[in-house]
Design a protein around this ligand. Structure first.
Ligand SMILES: [Mg+2]
Length: 171
């Protein structure tokens, strides 16, 4: 049995489009993958993506992808593997439909990170970020080029971890 013991890891998730996948015309990006991989995996990663994700995992966070796109989990895993990144979980449009939206009569928000125990979600869309308070997760809005995005997200994650620990110890 591989039951996890000890304290649960805090989970952080990232949107893909306009967050981890950006255009080199508007953002600093990681280098292209070598040919022919760059013909298969055409997306470009925001500069510092592998570094930030590896750092978060080293600090004891689980890092997830939460995208409303319908890229397959397999495609996402492979693309990032070539950059030395392994995600702890991936939610794409299919999985969200199947596990979150399901047969609900009302249309739920396009992302509900709290359903996956995600405490901090990074997204470019105001529509997603503005749901955070109401649905019990926290959001970090990231869109434009920002040379300090890694530090800011690390700081935000650490802040949330401390607040959660504090509120748990007060129970
Ligand atoms: Mg997006």
């Amino acid at each position: 049995m591989s039951k996890r013991t000890g304290p649960e890891k805090m989970q952080v998730s990232f949107d893909l489009d306009e967050v981890l996948f950006v255009s080199p015309r508007t953002h600093k990006t990681e280098p292209k993958l070598p040919f022919p991989l760059c013909k298969i995996f055409t997306e470009r990663l925001r500069l510092g993506t592998p570094e930030l994700i590896n750092e978060l995992q080293k600090l004891g966070y689980e890092v997830w992808v939460y995208t409303s796109s319908f890229r397959t989990e397999r495609y996402i895993r492979w693309l990032f593997r070539f950059y030395g990144v392994r995600f702890d979980g991936i939610v794409n449009g299919f999985r969200h439909q199947k596990e979150v939206q399901r047969n609900n009569k009302t249309i739920l928000p396009q992302k509900l990170p709290n359903r996956y125990r995600i405490s901090l979600h990074v997204d470019d869309e105001e529509a997603v970020c503005s749901m955070a308070g109401q649905y019990g997760f926290r959001a970090y809005k990231l869109f434009a080029q920002d040379d300090e995005w890694k530090e800011k997200i690390l700081q935000r994650a650490e802040q949330i971890k401390k607040m959660d620990q504090l509120s748990r110890s007060e129970l």
